[in-house]
Design a protein around this ligand. Structure first.
Ligand code: NAX
Length: 332
């Protein structure tokens, strides 16, 4: 089988290091599909990327056809079929949000333009680097010849975190939990929603009410513990581990691409809005999605109750504000 070209930015960073070996082992695209890796770094990260490439060689992965490293986006994205945009500018001490958005626009704008110029016609682009949704929007806007639907941002980690919390609260196996939705921005305003979720085929809210002594108590737990814990899980990991989420973020990235390219069950991903659920068109917002292998599509026919509406709107408002901030900097 022909090798698929995957470009990873930030390949010398922590998530890059966790991700490369899983891709090369065939976990992202399946055990039959060879991969060709293109690693993009800035000069300061080149040695770390080179070291990772040496270790990839030492694994002698049968599916890995070759690895190239570059600090030039046009070289690294040449012929790219799957772009994983992980490298980003972190928020420095005292950095304002506008500065953070501008610094990242200086990365994701040129990378989007390079993708538009040199990537494969069928390229799919996943943004992991934060602020992920707005970075994806900037990259997408810089590549007008690539269909906007090909740009997605990672909220699968938030989705998996929500499933993990529910499994623990219900004493259930994560594989029995279905239909969880993460809405909105990959930030503390995100809304993990269980109103359409099931556990072993039964409405999850019923199982939760049984455990917590009634529907009101179940909703109180969702509002006071579940939603904030999932939304702030990244900060909790930093506090406990002393470093941000790495292996779980790499795992979620593997699953995000796998579900998109190979198809699968309903999950959550940030994709471009066409106005579904009242989300303004063009925003890259987390929705319930499915894919048959040809790319994520929003599942657009689910009911939204009043409580969910309020929480979705709060996160969407933040996405609108980020887009406005980027526009006011003259970036979009
Ligand atoms: P690291 O700081 O370990 O690595 C980032 C790497 O990107 C560095 O090696 C750096 O040299 C490189 N880089 C910077 N600018 C670049 C550019 N213009 N082109 C290519 N490479 C560039 O961070 P890491 O822990 O790997 O996290 C990467 C990003 O993922 C961060 O923005 C982080 O906030 C974000 N995350 C997103 C998550 C999500 O669910 N969407 C969860 C995990 C993570 O927090």
């Amino acid at each position: 089988m022909r090798a698929t070209t995957i470009t990873l930015t930030g390949a010398g960073g922590q998530i890059g290091y966790a991700l490369l070996f899983r891709i090369a082992a065939g976990e992202m695209l399946g055990p039959e599909r060879p991969v060709r890796l293109r690693l993009l770094e800035i000069p300061a990260g080149m040695r770390a990327a080179e070291g990772a490439a040496l270790e990839l060689q030492d694994c002698a992965f049968p599916l890995l056809s070759d690895v190239e490293i570059s600090d030039d986006p046009r070289t690294a994205f040449d012929g790219c079929e799957i772009a994983l945009l992980v490298g980003a500018r972190p928020r420095g001490p005292g950095m304002e949000r506008a500065e953070l958005l501008a610094a990242n626009a200086g990365i994701f704008g040129p990378q989007g333009a390079a993708l538009g110029d040199v990537a494969d016609d069928a390229v799919r682009v996943v943004t992991v680097g934060n602020p992920a949704n707005t970075n994806a929007l900037i990259a997408q806007s810089s590549a007008p010849d690539i269909p906007p639907e090909r740009f997605t941002a990672l909220t699968r980690l938030d989705h998996n975190r929500a499933v993990g919390q529910l499994a623990a609260a219900l004493g259930a196996n994560p594989r029995d939990i279905d239909g969880v939705i993460v809405w909105g921005n990959h930030s503390a305003t995100q809304y993990p929603d269980v109103s359409h979720a099931t556990v072993a085929g039964r409405p999850l809210i019923d199982a939760l009410a049984e455990r917590r002594g009634g529907v009101d108590a179940a909703i109180a737990w969702l509002d006071a513990e579940f939603v904030p814990r999932v939304a702030r899980r990244g900060a909790e990991i930093i506090e406990v581990r002393g470093s941000s989420s790495i292996a779980s973020a790499a795992h979620a990235t593997v699953e995000h691409v796998r579900s998109d390219v190979l198809g699968g069950f309903r999950t959550s991903a940030a994709v471009v809005s066409h106005g579904e659920y009242g989300v303004p068109e063009g925003l890259i917002c987390s929705f319930p999605v499915t894919s048959d292998g040809s790319g994520y599509r929003v599942v657009s026919d689910l009911g939204v109750d009043e409580r969910s509406r309020r929480l979705i709107d709060a996160s969407v408002d933040e996405l609108v504000a980020e887009r406005e901030a980027v526009r006011s900097l003259g970036i979009l």
